[in-house]
Design a protein around this ligand. Structure first.
Ligand SMILES: C[S@@+](CC[C@H](N)C(=O)[O-])C[C@H]1O[C@@H](n2cnc3c(N)ncnc32)[C@H](O)[C@@H]1O
Length: 405
C-alpha cells in the first residue's frame, strides 16, 4: 500500500498513517516521502512496514555509502546528509521532551556535530555466525548478517577486523574490539573465553596479552580495563567535558557526586576543584580503574555497588551531581534519594532521550528548573544521540518534594 511519511520517531523510523488510522513505522524513509510499503508487523494501534519503493523521494535523500545499509542493524540514517541527520535528532528530542516530559516547546539546542562522522568508534562489537563469518545483527531481527565493510570503527580496528577468520562452531558468538589512544588493540570475548580459541591466537599475533587500554581525553590518560565502560567517540566526549566545564560552577568547598562514574571520566576533570568527590559505580573493574585514574586525588572516592543501594547510604551534602546512567535511566529509588539530597545542580548525561525525558519530568515536578538541553552527536549515521540536561534547584530545602514525583 501507499503511505506518506510525516516525521521521524525515536528509533530511526518515520511514521505515517494507514487508511484505517493506525500509525505505521517505516525505516529508511524520510518525512514527506510517499512510499509503497508492505506490512511486516501488525498490532491493534500501530503497524510496522518495509519500504518496497520510494514513489516520491525527498530532496534530502542521498545514496548510502555502505552497501550493507538497510540490512545491517548498525546504521539508520545513511540515506540523508549529515546536516539533515542532526536536524532529525533535534526534532526527535523535542518530541520526546514535549510528549514524555510534558514541556511545551522544549528548549532543545542544536545538536553539536561530531568532528569525525566516519571511523569514530573506538570500540566495536562483532558477531560470529555458526559458519564462522563475522558480521552484525540485522535490522529488527536477531539474525547475524556477515559484513565485508563498515565505516564506523576507528582506522586501527578497521584495518584489523577483516583479517579475523573463525572456525565454524555449534553456536553464535560475540566479541568486542577496543582500540586505545596508542592504537593498542584489545579483543574481549563475550562470555566464556574458551569458546573463542581464535581470539587468543589473534591477540597473541598482536604481541600483547591485553586486558586494558589507555584512552586519552583532553590530554588526560585513562586506564580502561576489558570489563569497564568507556565513551566510544573521544572527540565528542571531549566536547561534553568542555560543555560541563563551561556550565558547572565549582569552588573548593564543593561536594560533587559522580553517579554511574565508570572509570572516572568526569571525576578526573572536576575532582581537583572540589573538597570531596564521591563516585558510585556498579562494575568492580571500572572501580579499580577509577582508583588508578584518580590516584592523585585523595578527595575522590569511588563506592562500588548499585546506585540504588549505595546512594541512600552516602551521608554527604552534595552541591552538584553528574549522573550518567545506562539506557534504563534512574530507578525510582535513586531519583527519590537524589531529590531528598537536594543538590543545587544536576547535570544529567544520557544516551536515551525517552528515559531522560521521563526522569526530567519527575525532577521538574520535585522543584528543579530546566536550564539547558544540549544534544551531542556521539553516534553519527545512527538514531542514537547523547544529551546533557542541566537542572538547578530553585526552591528552598524544606519545599523539595519527593512526594511530588
Ligand atoms: C553510560 S556509562 C557512564 C560511565 C561514565 N560516566 C563515563 O562517562 O565513562 C554508565 C555506567 O553505569 C554503570 N552502572 C550500570 N548500572 C549501574 C547501577 N545500577 N548502579 C551504579 N552503576 C551502574 C555501568 O557499569 C557504567 O559504567
Amino acid at each position: 500500500m501507499k503511505v506518506t511519511l510525516s516525521r521521524f520517531t525515536y528509533g530511526g523510523d518515520c511514521v505515517g498513517s494507514l487508511p484505517d488510522g493506525r500509525a505505521v513505522f517505516v525505516p529508511d524513509t524520510l518525512p514527506g516521502e510517499t512510499v509503497e510499503i508492505e506490512l511486516i508487523e501488525e498490532k491493534r494501534s500501530y503497524a510496522r512496514g518495509r519500504a518496497l519503493e520510494i514513489l516520491d523521494p525527498s530532496p534530502s535523500r542521498v545514496q548510502p555509502f555502505c552497501h550493507h545499509f538497510g540490512a545491517c542493524g548498525g546504521c539508520h540514517y545513511q540515506h540523508m546528509g549529515y546536516a539533515d541527520q542532526l536536524a532529525a535528532k533535534k526534532l526527535v528530542l523535542k518530541d520526546q521532551f514535549a510528549h514524555i516530559a510534558g514541556i511545551v516547546d522544549p528548549p532543545v539546542e542544536d545538536v553539536i556535530p561530531a568532528p569525525q562522522t566516519v571511523h569514530y568508534r573506538n570500540s566495536m562489537q562483532f558477531h560470529v555466525d555458526c559458519g564462522g563469518k563475522v558480521g552484525f545483527r540485522a535490522r529488527a531481527s536477531n539474525t547475524i548478517i556477515p559484513v565485508t565493510e563498515c565505516f564506523l570503527p576507528v582506522l586501527p580496528i578497521q584495518e584489523i577486523w577483516p583479517q579475523f577468520h573463525f572456525r565454524p562452531a555449534a553456536f553464535e558468538r560475540r566479541f568486542e574490539v577496543r582500540c586505545g589512544t596508542h592504537d593498542e588493540i584489545m579483543l574481549v570475548p563475550d562470555g566464556d573465553a574458551d569458546n573463542f580459541p581464535e581470539l587468543k591466537e589473534f591477540q597473541a599475533a598482536l604481541l600483547a596479552d591485553r586486558n586494558f587500554v589507555s584512552m586519552t581525553v583532553l590530554e588526560k590518560a585513562f586506564r580502561v580495563s576489558s570489563g569497564s565502560f568507556f565513551q566510544v567517540n573521544i572527540p565528542v566526549a571531549e566536547a561534553i567535558i568542555r560543555h560541563l566545564q563551561q556550565s558547572l560552577p565549582f569552588s573548593e568547598e564543593m561536594q560533587l557526586l559522580d553517579l554511574y562514574s565508570g572509570v572516572g571520566l568526569f571525576s578526573r576533570f572536576f575532582a581537583a576543584q572540589t573538597a570531596r568527590t564521591a563516585a558510585v559505580e556498579l562494575s568492580a573493574s571500572a572501580c579499580s580503574d577509577y582508583a588508578i585514574n584518580l590516584a592523585d586525588f585523595p578527595q575522590a572516592v569511588c563506592h562500588q555497588g548499585s546506585a540504588e543501594k549505595i546512594l541512600p547510604r552516602l551521608r554527604m551534602n552534595f552541591d552538584q551531581v553528574i549522573v550518567d546512567p545506562p539506557r534504563a535511566g534512574l530507578m525510582k529509588r535513586v531519583l527519590e534519594t537524589l531529590i531528598r539530597m537536594g543538590p543545587q545542580r544536576i547535570a544529567y548525561v544520557s544516551c536515551d532521550p525517552s528515559t531522560l525525558a521521563r526522569d526530567v519530568r519527575r525532577l521538574l515536578a520535585a522543584g528543579y528548573q530546566l536550564d539547558r538541553i544540549t544534544p551531542f552527536d556521539m553516534f553519527p549515521h545512527t538514531y542514537h544521540v547523547e544529551t546533557v540536561v542541566l537542572l538547578s534547584r530553585k526552591i528552598p530545602d524544606d519545599q523539595i518534594g519527593v512526594d511530588l514525583i
